[in-house]
Design a protein around this ligand. Structure first.
Ligand SMILES: Nc1ncnc2c1ncn2[C@@H]1O[C@H](COP(=O)(O)OP(=O)(O)OP(=O)(O)O)[C@@H](O)[C@H]1O
Ligand SMILES: [Mg+2]
Length: 336
């Protein structure tokens, strides 16, 4: 079965072609980073307009590059939410138009299920699994007994991990998105030069809090003489990356122990973080859980993960009517 994936939930326009036999045939991403960089974050209306301009030409390019015609397509998977409503509507309306014109099924995909199933693009996932979803808008721990079943055990009380990276980057004077820049600079940082908090460590719940970390970065930056040197920036990035990776892995493995799972997984943009990946790998080996990190290309928003999730639903016989609505927020646990 061949499925087109469409992802327009935030600031990346992405389309992909996925085959249930061959895997990902093509995954194209048209980034809007330059467009939003001047504003230090995503401007929703600009994102919608850019999707509108980019999406149809990108689908044409997808068909050309994969030497496939719409006649060969068995379904279109599209992100229905969560995300920016205007941005989502561009993808959803386009998917509806293709499916109506070609009389093929449409599959609405929950963006977070897409991030989680990006792991299926590395190897078949092992269950029961504990998944740490860490992205621009989410930081949660999810128990996954099988594909399609998601139990949210807990998450952040304030900012998401990606948000903590992005907001801290802004305070340090680094460009958006901050996560990849901080990750790179941190490699040159000096251990112990700064000390940031790991909040809620004694709290027995599966909870994170990253707003205090942002404040700690602000206080540290305010104390420094101007201009801040590259070494000082690297030192702050080092400790920030350590603090976030410590908090995230502590809860992932706490949940894994409590639920006696077989495997642990990372999902979402922050799963591209080198420290989070290496620390998770280390702890998984120490405690005897299966772990393979998702491929870098499928960590941040991409349509391959949406096509993969949609294909799984299509194979299981789950399709959606063309009156499907987009949604800004909806927990993954309620996704059926
Ligand atoms: N190497 C990295 N280290 C840390 N953070 C990273 C890295 N690469 C990307 N990120 C972060 O990942 C986030 C983007 O991830 P993603 O595209 O999944 O988020 P989103 O789609 O905006 O949010 P959501 O998936 O919750 O709707 C950004 O906050 C970015 O800074
Ligand atoms: Mg995302």
């Amino acid at each position: 079965m061949k499925v087109i994936g469409i992802e327009t939930s935030c600031d990346d326009t992405s389309v992909a072609l996925f085959d249930t036999e061959q895997g990902v045939i093509q995954n194209l991403v048209s980034s809007q980073v330059e467009l939003h960089n001047n504003f230090g974050g995503v401007v929703p209306e600009l994102a919608s307009r850019a999707h509108l301009v980019n999406l149809i030409p990108l689908i044409d390019e997808l068909m050309n590059r994969s030497e496939t015609s719409l006649d060969d397509i068995d379904g279109v998977a599209v992100t229905a939410g969560p995300g920016l409503i205007g941005a989502l509507l561009v993808g959803l309306s386009t998917a509806k138009a293709i499916c109506w014109a070609r009389d093929i099924p449409m599959i609405g995909v929950h963006h977070i299920e897409g991030h989680i199933l990006a792991n299926e693009l590395t190897e078949p996932m092992q269950f029961p699994a504990m998944v740490l979803v860490v992205s621009g808008g989410h930081s949660e721990v999810i128990l996954m007994p099988e594909i399609g079943v998601y139990e949210r055990l807990g998450g952040t009380l304030d900012d998401a991990a990606g948000e903590a990276f992005d907001k801290s980057a802004k305070l340090i004077g680094l460009p958006y998105p901050g996560g990849p820049v901080i990750d790179k600079l941190a490699d040159d940082g000096t251990p112990g030069a700064f000390k940031f908090p790991r909040p809620l460590q004694k709290d027995p719940r599966i909870v994170f809090s990253f707003s205090g970390l942002k404040t700690a970065v602000r206080v540290a930056v305010d104390k420094l003489e101007r201009p801040i040197s590259d070494q000082q920036k690297a030192d702050i990035c080092y400790e920030l990356r350590e603090a976030i990776a410590d908090s995230l892995t502590q809860r992932l493995f706490q949940a894994a122990h409590e639920h006696n799972v077989k495997a642990v997984y990372l999902a979402g943009g922050v799963s591209a973080n080198s420290k989070l990946r290496s620390k998770t790998a280390e702890m998984a080996q120490k405690y005897g859980y299966h772990f393979l990190p998702p491929k870098m290309a499928y960590c941040t928003d991409n349509a391959a993960m949406i096509a993969c999730a949609g294909a799984a639903r299509l194979v299981a016989g789950h399709t959606d009517n063309l009156d499907l609505d987009s949604f800004a927020r909806r927990p993954i646990s309620s996704w059926k």
